[in-house]
Design a protein around this ligand. Structure first.
Ligand code: ADP
Ligand code: MG
Length: 259
């Protein structure tokens, strides 16, 4: 969607087309969302906790943001505000130039349904359904059952051989890749994940992140992933560091550097 009031950034991105050739793709970088001086304060008996204390940033379409910070720095709170699971107590938040609803669970739920995908740390797959059925169920719930696309998504995350297995019959890393395919099945505009590789060893984390990056690039999905693992920075196009509810650095990095 091109908005004439916003600056449109363009860049060329190199895509691996097949094993022999690279392809150049023109990418429009429209503004997707903007938070300005966002606050999430909690009133507690011991005083006010400033979980978010004046956070300001914009995210452009197609960016892959990694949000890094120590425990208790406000990462989960920020993700919950981004997805409208939680309501900020101050500041503004707009998404595709519309104010994001707050303090209204019905409107917040429809905002999430229309725009947000989420990858959980503990996969949350239905154990009695096969890998393919887990994806078909999500498609069905969003009124869009499409077995062909479900199979393509599973292929995209490298699981074409496992589609008829049950979650208990595949590894943790493979389960997380099913969860990724499931989270992008409804083509979310913004994909979020909180410590989504937190349960996986380094090698498996890398495989999961590679699947995630190629899925996001192919589907043109913007993403924000929270982690405390510096090793995941290589998968991002941008790294935002947060501490005590404030952004302490915001850095663009060379994308595709993991390839
Ligand atoms: P992180 O995900 O970076 O570990 P959180 O966003 O969970 O951090 O928490 C940020 C701060 O907000 C912490 O100090 C935490 O204790 C506080 N906090 C989070 N939720 C609540 C709550 N419901 N009530 C009071 N304080 C909270
Ligand atoms: Mg957290």
């Amino acid at each position: 969607m091109v908005n004439l009031n916003t600056t449109v950034f363009c860049k060329l991105r190199i895509i691996k087309w097949n094993q022999y050739a690279l392809r150049l793709e023109r990418v429009n970088m429209d503004k997707l969302l903007k938070m300005e001086n966002l606050e999430r304060h909690y009133e507690t008996p011991a005083g006010v906790v400033k979980a978010l204390d004046g956070v300001t940033f914009e995210i452009l379409e197609g960016e892959r943001v990694i949000l890094l910070g120590p425990s208790g720095s406000g990462k989960t709170t920020l993700l919950n505000c981004l997805s409208a699971l939680d309501s900020p107590t101050g500041g503004s938040y707009s998404f595709l130039d519309a104010q994001v609803p707050r303090n209204n669970s019905e409107k917040m739920t429809s905002f999430r349904r229309e725009n947000i995908g989420y990858v959980f740390q503990f996969f949350n797959l239905l154990q009695d359904l096969t890998v393919l059925e887990n994806i078909l169920l999500i498609q069905e719930l969003s009124g869009n059952k499409d077995p062909q696309r479900a199979k393509e998504l599973l292929k995209l995350v490298g699981l074409d051989a496992e589609i008829n297995r049950f979650p208990g019959e595949i590894s943790g890393g493979q389960q997380q890749r099913v969860a990724i395919a499931r989270s992008i099945a409804k083509r979310p505009t913004l994909l979020l994940g909180d410590e989504l590789t937190g349960n996986l060893d380094t090698e498996t984390s890398n495989k999961v992140m590679e699947a995630l990056v190629s899925a996001c690039m192919q589907e043109n999905i913007t993403s924000v992933f929270v982690t405390h693992d510096e090793g995941l920075v290589k998968y991002a196009t941008r790294v935002i560091r947060i501490d005590s509810g404030k952004i302490v650095s915001d850095q663009s990095i060379n994308s595709n550097s993991f390839k």
